[in-house]
Design a protein around this ligand. Structure first.
Ligand code: COA
Length: 313
């Protein structure tokens, strides 16, 4: 209980679509290899002038319109990202400026890599629950411009990621169910980048694969235990969209039909903190996710971090 009500969502993808065949023109790779190993067929990268902030602002505007909430109603804005355009101001402050959010709003970024959006939801929920925010609605978003961290000569990494943003407007609902579980395994080797010694994103792909398949099913089970529910009571599993084979392995471990796990990495690649809110927005807008349904969102990624949350939409 003391969960969140999801009032509106939005998403924004940049304009430069890059297919697997486009990569195969400059790299020793193929659509068959990339799609076969990951499910990914294309992704979008920022063109000149497109930024994490411009994507975030566009997704946030849509979410506010969808929720029917004016900027003045926003008490806090939590932006999940590990690829903000600048160290400062934060991405959340850039969204504040672009949307004209009120001066009374608390704005901050959270960096939990691909677990970012679930972490941001819990951050927003706790801040709302604390009772000190000046207005009742929270804008929670995930936005990334990962293309700025990619080595486009490294075929093992650059084909996996994409840029994008997703946003949600939420408010506290004392009657809404909520259960969340988080974990961290401090590890700077398996998945890292963006530092002076390692400017590009780098990873041990197999280790990341194993990590995800080990931690995410256990995390989902722990969320269900906390909520006192079984998986039958959950309508959708919306996991971070890194790799279709990872999601199939998670489904197998949980003895679930993979069709219950939403997938869209085919079209967007891995957009890190943006992948879950982009998925939620797609599912709401195409009628797949209906009001009153129960969803478990689960993220996993660099840190290493993981987190799952059960909510009713
Ligand atoms: N195209 C063609 N060949 C490629 C390639 C590409 N884009 N990328 C790597 N290869 C090659 C490797 O060089 C290797 O060649 P070698 O055997 O001659 O050394 C071969 O393919 C197999 O590589 P391997 O890493 O063993 O493949 P894999 O089956 O483990 O698949 C990943 C690699 C990256 C797709 C897979 O490990 C994965 O998806 N891991 C999770 C990564 C992830 O999602 N990270 C983000 C999580 S938030």
């Amino acid at each position: 209980m003391n969960g969140l009500q999801l009032l509106g969502t939005g998403r924004s993808l940049p304009s430069r679509r890059v297919t697997n065949d486009d990569f195969a023109r400059t790299l020793d790779t193929s659509d068959e290899w990339i799609a076969g190993r990951t499910g990914i067929r294309q992704r979008y990268f920022c063109a000149q002038g497109e930024t994490a902030a411009s994507l975030a602002a566009s997704a946030a505007r849509q979410a506010l319109a969808d929720a029917g909430v004016a900027p003045a109603g926003i008490g806090l804005c939590v932006a999940a990202t590990f690829t903000a355009d600048r160290r400062t101001p934060s991405l959340a402050c850039e969204v504040h400026e672009a949307l004209g959010l009120p001066e009374t709003a608390l704005c901050l970024d959270v960096n939990a890599a691909c677990t970012g959006f679930v972490t941001a939801l819990e951050t927003a929920r706790c801040l709302l629950l604390g009772g000190q925010m000046a207005a009742p609605y929270a804008l929670v978003l995930g936005a990334e411009r990962i293309s700025g961290l990619l080595d486009f000569s490294d075929r093992s990494t650059c084909v996996l990621f994409g840029d994008g943003a997703g946003a949600a407007v939420v408010r506290l609902d004392p009657d809404a169910p909520w259960a969340a579980v988080f974990g961290t395994r401090g590890d700077g080797q398996v998945l890292h980048g963006g530092g002076p010694a390692d400017p590009y994103l780098a990873m041990d792909g197999r280790a990341v694969f194993r990590f995800a398949v080990e931690t995410v099913p256990a995390c989902i089970r722990a969320v269900l235990d906390k909520a006192g529910l079984t998986l039958d009571a959950v309508d959708w599993l919306v996991c971070h969209q890194a790799n279709s084979r990872i999601l199939h392995s998670i489904a197998k471990k949980l003895e679930q039909d993979p069709a219950r796990f939403y997938e869209n990495m085919q079209r967007y690649g891995n957009t890190s903190a943006a992948s879950i809110p982009i998925a939620l927005d797609e599912m709401r807008r195409d009628g797949r996710l209906r009001p009153g349904e129960t969803v478990i969102c689960a993220g996993f990624g660099a840190g290493l971090t993981w987190g799952g949350a059960l909510l009713r939409v």
